[in-house]
Every structure is written in C-alpha cells, then in structure tokens.
Design a protein around this ligand. Structure first.
Ligand SMILES: [Ca+2]
Length: 313
C-alpha cells in the first residue's frame, strides 16, 4: 500500500516533537507533505522554529515547514510553558534551525495541498489547537469533503481535563476552532487524554530511548525527562503521558488503539466548562456519531513501535 499523504499541524512541544520524529522515521507508512505550525504550547514564532529544529534533528530538511495562525479564532492565546518550558522544547540542548521557514502561510498551504490532490487522499494530523485547520475550512469550504481523515490529539471524556477541570489544552485554547472541525463532517479519529494518559514514559521506556545512543534517541529521552517532571508532580504518575505520538502511531499501527464511534460536541459558551469535549460514550443522546473517540491503547506495543522507528533516524 502506498504511504498515506499527511499534513502535520503542530505546536511543538516535546510530545509533538516525538510525534513528528515517528512520522519522519516511517516513510513506508506516511508521506509528510508539510508541517504547519500553530500557536499553542508556546507562541507561533517558537512553534515554527521548533518544527524546523525537529526536522533537522531527524535529518529531514526537505520537509517544508509553514507558520500559521498566531492566535485562536476569537480569543487570547493561552500557552503552556509550565509544562513544556520557555522554549517549548526544554530538556535537550538543540541548535537553532538552519533550514528556512516557508513564506507561504500554513492555512494557504493546507488549502492548496488538499485542493491539488484527489478527493480522499490527504489526512490532516492536528497536534495542537485547531485554529489552522478551522481557518482553512472557513476560507475554503470546498476542501472539507476532499479530506480523507483528520486524526487529532485533543479532548477527554473519562479523564475530563488537564488545563481546567473539564477541558484538555488543545481544545480549550481554541474551542470555536474545535467546534468547526467536529461539525465539519470529515471522518475524525480522536486521541483524547483517556488514551494518552495510558501512554506513560516510565523509566524503562525512557531508558530505551536513551539506549538508542543516537542524537535522536538521546534528545527524545531528554525531552521526555523534562516533560515528566511536571506530570509526576501533578498526577503522581509513573511517567509523562506521551500525547501527540498517539496520532502518528495510529497512522502506522491503528490496531494499537480501540475506541467508539460516537457523537462529540465541543462546549463553546460555558464559563465553567469551556472547551469540554462532550463525548456521547454511552450513546444516550441519539445525536449522530461524528468521531472515532479512542479509549484505550496497547502501551507496550506503542512504545515498542516508537523505539524501533526512532532507531532509524
Ligand atoms: Ca501539541
């Protein structure tokens, strides 16, 4: 089977970095047409820079990187330096990128790329707030039905929230954008906190990255080490949840994940629960299913895949 053509939309972030590295290490499964940066974990200037740092770390300087929206559709930007550090990639010491940022706006790249390809051949992989994707859908509604699938990290049901008691960060930052995407009619696969909180970088898994002995393996170990400090304090968990790589792992090994095809709606107006993904897990509403909402992961299989693929870079 030919590799799936994907666009990674991202706000790196250490876990975004690992998700991108996994995709770039897997050319037989995914063809990364471009990486589009969005404001999220850190401001746009840094996410656009970090995406290029990751491409250079992977030795894939031919992947075009575009900068997109620098703020949510209708709100002030909320960032997460408390999780990711000031740069977004705190942990390893990585050089500033040499490869250029593309001049084209990320939203234009998404629109042009989907328009230029046959219907059902481009998959969008959002790893951050959904601002770029929603803006593309608003500006060029004709591309919506051409998108093959959206596989995204965001939301939560059983795990409820991480930035507020009821909201996951990516959805919380731009709930209006998320609402547009969830209502778009595109085939959506969601990796919520319910899944990612089971993908924990335990010490043996971190050691396995480091033991690769390559610049990529060591950088991933150092990034997930940094990331872990916060999560251990917050959740008392065995390690940091590796959120975004669940998206790119799904493209390679969908069998590692299980979930339910259900209705998911995004709260956009309540002060108390803004950004909540209201997933009809028990199918009590009769509202039509619009997303494959994942609930479980084969974590050992996932980390096995990650380590095996990262070893190639
Ligand atoms: Ca992210």
């Amino acid at each position: 089977m030919a590799p799936r053509k994907i666009i990674i939309d991202t706000d790196p972030g250490q876990d975004d970095a690992v998700a991108i590295l996994l995709a770039l290490a897997s050319p037989e499964d995914v063809d990364v047409l471009g990486i589009t940066a969005v404001a999220g974990n850190v401001p746009l200037e840094l996410t656009a820079k970090n995406a290029r740092i990751i491409c250079e770390l992977a030795g894939k300087t031919d992947v075009p990187v575009f900068a997109g929206c620098d703020r949510p559709l209708g709100r002030d930007l909320v960032t997460a330096e408390h999780v990711h550090g000031k740069t977004g990639l705190d942990g390893p010491s990585l050089s500033d990128p040499q490869m250029p940022l593309q001049e084209q706006h990320a939203v234009d790249f998404i629109i042009e790329t989907v328009s230029a390809h046959d219907t059902g051949t481009i998959t969008l992989c959002p790893l951050g707030p959904l601002t770029n994707v929603a803006t593309a859908f608003q500006r060029a509604p004709d591309i919506v039905e051409k998108v093959q699938q959206i596989v995204l990290m965001g939301g939560a049901y059983f795990e409820v929230g991480n930035i507020t008691p009821t909201a996951e960060f990516n959805i919380y930052v731009d709930p209006e954008a998320a609402d547009i995407v969830f209502k778009s009619g595109v085939d959506i696969v969601v990796m919520p906190l319910d899944v990612t909180h089971k993908a924990l970088v335990t010490k043996p898994r971190n050691d396995a990255f480091r033991a690769l002995g390559t610049p990529v393996g060591v950088a991933v170990a150092e990034m997930t080490d940094f990331f872990e400090r916060f999560d251990k304090e917050k959740y008392g968990s065995a390690g940091a949840p590796l959120h975004d790589p669940c998206v790119t792992a799904y493209l390679i090994r969908p069998d590692l994940f299980t979930g339910r095809h259900v209705n998911v709606e995004v709260e956009t107006s309540s002060d108390l629960t803004i950004g909540m993904t209201v997933a009809d897990w028990w199918r009590v509403t009769g509202r039509p299913a619009n997303a494959m909402f994942m609930g479980d992961i084969d974590a050992d299989g996932f980390f096995g895949l990650l380590t095996e693929r990262l070893a190639r870079l």
